[in-house]
Design a protein around this ligand. Sequence first.
Ligand code: AP5
Length: 215
Amino acid sequence: MKQLIFIGPPGAGKGTQAQRLCSKLSVPQVSTGDMLRAARKAGTELGRKADEFMSAGLLVPDEVVIGLVRERIAQPDAAAGFVLDGFPRTVAQAESLESTLASASKQIDDVVLLEVPDELIVERITGRRVGETSGRIFHLKYDPPPSPDRGEAGERLLQRADDREDVVRKRLAEYAALTAPLVAWYANKGLLRRVDGVGALDDVTASLFRAIGVN
Ligand code: AP5
């Protein structure tokens, strides 16, 4: 059983690597960003509330995301493990996760910190496209989507509303202020695994698998 967390700045490659790891381990990817975007698309009250924060590049209040994750990881498909992508993002979220897991006699095995310098982030994020049906993450330059021009079957590609440069800068500031303190918090617990997120996608995947002992 593997219960893992991915942390790292916006655009570090958390979603990309989480998708690869989840398919390798056959466990669900629990992405709070994807869950909040789904709620926004569905037009729920929670989605409308979250949108005010997401559009401004701010973190959604702790109580909203904590409730979502608590429900999600109690689902049967998460019983054999899960990969948390984008959660926790504050010390309060980490404390709440710890007590939720403890009450189910579970614990986190590894916390992966994907390290990418700020100067690479804007290019990564502005070039990102997401497959509308598959949810697969692409990059126009570094991981190009299938192209009908090359005879490849494609799907409609979406660009996230918060992937504008001004919003990305705000997201980076939120990360530095509220999420970066989790690095020391998890290092003190002996759970932190640092992975260099710079380099070809397959090389990053290989470093990640090595860091957490996956063959
Ligand atoms: P969320 O969706 O979690 O966004 P994020 O953390 O800002 O991370 P991203 O999804 O932007 O990037 P990523 O690290 O997954 O990178 P990716 O793999 O896509 O959160 C969005 C918003 O929701 C937040 O701002 C907040 O408002 C709210 N929210 C979510 N969770 C919350 C929480 N817990 N608490 C409060 N609020 C919350 O890669 C990026 C691009 O780079 C892609 O195009 C990819 O193809 C490319 N790429 C990846 N790896 C490489 C590589 N090695 N080389 C070149 N390109 C690469």
